[in-house]
Design a protein around this ligand. Structure first.
Ligand code: NAP
Ligand code: ZN
Length: 349
């Protein structure tokens, strides 16, 4: 037994998305049924729907920035009740027993975390994501959306928010630190807001100056165009931390040159092609080149509470189901300000 729900799916790699219906499982004792209100469009959805990262599972219902309201709970669920405002991010399960799960970093589960979509659950069933009217998720992978953040601007926090919050915290963004955010898209604009709220001095490094006013409004102190070569001379040795959110290949050595001695460049952008660097770009200055993957469930809740406390939500453009393919094209062309969010009530209506 299961329930049928309306969804938007990519039928094959690179094919246009189309409306369809999918099955959601009946509630297990520790499951929560969520009426999804909004689902953000992350560039990772596009990478996976195009198989930029390798073979994927089709049909694919993307979406790992999910905000909605609890519609029913399983018999053992105590932490959520019908009517609660909740969110789901990039994972829906993990083994719960390995050292990484026990440390609250379920994304590194040794058995592999179960991705919200393009994944296979421990029951062997394919997972389908948030471009849908309803989803069933184990309660331990559901977060509470605090009062004070509307569901539409909360949805992108579940991936773009946590993916930038986690490395900013890990690498000490705060008062007295100069942080550069590379790429002002979905992740980048969240990184600016979060790093500013943490007290860092923030510089945006964007391909052009087109979005400069927005960057300053979001709290950045400085804004430079990376298309202008002089930027790399002017900013040489400037930053403690560079957060690279770019979805394409970057000349890493040029960016490492912008770090202070001992500084770190952290990649969260995940292009399909490899990045390369010269060893001397790190050696000459004891620099670090690092990566960061989303964040654990407890840290995701911490991020949501931080956002509520600081009045932070995503800057969004709300779209209906029939605009998803156009939105994908616009994201691919860096023409997003700054996150598309699907009003899921328009799916199947
Ligand atoms: P997005 O909204 O498309 O933003 C990416 C930004 O990168 C663009 O707005 C653009 O900013 C810049 N950019 C794009 N193409 C470029 C190019 N050829 N050269 C230089 N800059 C370019 O994407 P997103 O949703 O923020 O995701 C960004 C990346 O993070 C994706 O690869 C995604 O898969 C990855 N991601 C990783 C994690 C993780 O756990 N590590 C989680 C979520 C997403 P400007 O116009 O300002 O230059
Ligand atoms: Zn994402």
């Amino acid at each position: 037994m299961s329930t049928t729900t309306h969804a938007i799916a990519a039928p094959a790699p690179g094919a246009p998305l189309e409306q369809t219906t999918i099955q959601r499982r009946d509630l297990r004792p520790d499951d929560v049924l969520i009426d999804i209100a909004y689902a953000g469009i992350c560039h990772s959805d596009i990478h996976q729907a195009q198989e930029d990262w390798g073979t994927a599972i089709f049909p694919m219902v993307p979406g790992h920035e999910i905000a909605g309201v609890v519609a029913a709970v399983g018999s053992n669920v105590t932490r959520y009740q019908v009517g609660d405002r909740v969110g789901v991010g990039c994972m829906v399960d993990s083994c719960g027993e390995c050292e990484y799960c026990l440390a609250g970093t379920e994304q590194f589960c040794v058995k592999g975390n179960v991705q919200t979509y393009n994944g296979v659950g421990f029951d062997g069933e394919n997972t389908y994501g948030g471009y849908s009217r309803q989803i069933v998720v184990k309660d331990a992978f559901v977060c509470r959306i605090p009062e004070g953040i509307e569901l539409d601007v909360a949805a992108p926090l579940l991936c773009a928010g946590i993916t930038t919050y986690s490395p900013l915290r890990q690498w000490g963004a705060g008062p007295g630190k100069k942080v550069a955010v590379v790429g002002l898209g979905g992740l980048g604009h969240m990184a600016v807001k979060l790093a500013v709220a943490m007290g860092a001095e923030v510089t945006v490094l964007s391909q052009s100056l087109k979005k400069q006013e927005d960057g300053k409004r979001l709290g950045a102190t400085h804004y430079y165009a990376t298309g202008d070569e002089s930027t790399f001379d002017v900013l040489r040795g400037r930053f403690d931390l560079i957060l690279n959110t770019v979805s394409a290949k970057l000349p890493v050595d040029a960016y490492l040159g912008l770090l202070r001695v001992g500084g770190a460049m952290v990649n969260v952008g995940a292009p399909g092609e490899p990045l390369s660097y010269n060893a001397f770009s790190l050696i000459g200055g004891n620099k670090t080149l690092a990566g960061s993957m989303i964040g654990g469930i407890a840290e995701t809740q911490e991020m949501l509470d931080f956002c509520a406390e600081h009045g932070i939500g995503a800057e969004i453009e709300t779209i209906s189901a029939d605009q998803v393919n156009t939105a994908y094209e616009r994201v691919a062309n860096s023409d997003v300000r700054y996150r598309f969010v699907i009003d899921t009530a328009t799916i199947g209506s």
